[in-house]
Design a protein. Structure first.
Length: 259
């Protein structure tokens, strides 16, 4: 991801949002009996990494003002049970995936974290069942509520769903990023994930094999009204640009939880 629709700000200039924020992780999914799931991810080939400069994603900013409709996922709808459902139904919520994302869901759902899941059969034919079969599988395997699982979609090529065309346009590179960018920002494999803030604006994209628990800090930041961490923080969490706001640092978080 190169453009994030944000403005730079130092850690000292971070301001919390006046209203509760929410995060979504929009993910493609498929039956997973034949692969290990990481970050709701299918087993993927080892990735080569290109770390974006910290300045590209630096500067957490509180999303105080509503975003333009053209910048949000709320302008889109998708089929569920064969009927159109507006993604505006998820305004103010967060979305999560299997199984590490399920852990995040259980931990942060009360704060506004939710999951939207789109089965896709474009990757090795790994989601050959009907949309309802995919919903039943998600429920039996991970306890994922059917309300978060939409009907099958295509995410790459001329038949790609408008939602995914939008997401790929806004966030063409994943975290960690490929040295070789894919044409049109194409989705790499099942369980690619997009983090969307409370305004409905996509703010970060994750590779299919990215461990969901590793993105917990990003979830905390966006729920608190900040931008997610720069991509470089995955390997170099001690850098200054990766420092968390005071209220999200471990000691403060533990004190808040104890109250």
């Amino acid at each position: 991801m190169i453009q994030i629709n944000s403005r730079p700000a130092t850690a000292g200039a971070r301001q919390r949002a006046s209203r509760r924020s929410a995060v979504r992780c929009v993910a493609t999914s498929a039956s997973a009996s034949r692969r290990e799931l990481l970050l709701g991810a299918a087993g993927a080939a080892a990735a080569r990494y290109l770390w974006l400069p910290g300045s590209a994603l630096a500067g957490p900013v509180a999303p105080s003002a509503p975003a333009a409709a053209s910048d949000t996922i709320y302008q889109f709808s998708a089929l569920q049970y064969g009927k159109e459902r507006s993604l505006a139904d998820y305004r103010g919520k967060v979305v999560v995936n299997y199984p590490g994302l399920r852990t995040l869901y259980d931990k942060y759902n009360a704060a506004g974290f939710d999951l939207i899941c789109f089965p896709c059969n474009q990757f090795g034919g790994q989601a050959p069942g009907t949309s309802q079969e995919e919903r039943e599988w998600a429920w039996k395997k991970f306890g994922l509520e059917w309300g978060g699982v939409f009907d099958h979609v295509e995410v790459n090529g001329p038949g790609a769903a408008p939602l995914y065309a939008f997401l790929k346009d806004r966030l063409p590179l994943s975290t960690p990023s490929d040295v070789r960018s894919r044409p049109n920002g194409d989705i790499e494999w099942n369980y690619a994930k997009f983090l969307v803030d409370a305004r409905g604006v996509p703010v970060k994209r994750y590779k299919p094999s990215f461990d969901p628990l590793t993105m917990e800090t990003d979830v905390q930041l966006v729920l608190a009204g900040y931008e997610p961490q720069p991509a470089e923080c995955v390997l170099h969490p001690g850098r200054k640009v990766c420092k968390l706001p005071p209220e999200l640092q471990p000691a403060a978080a533990a004190a808040t939880a104890a109250e």
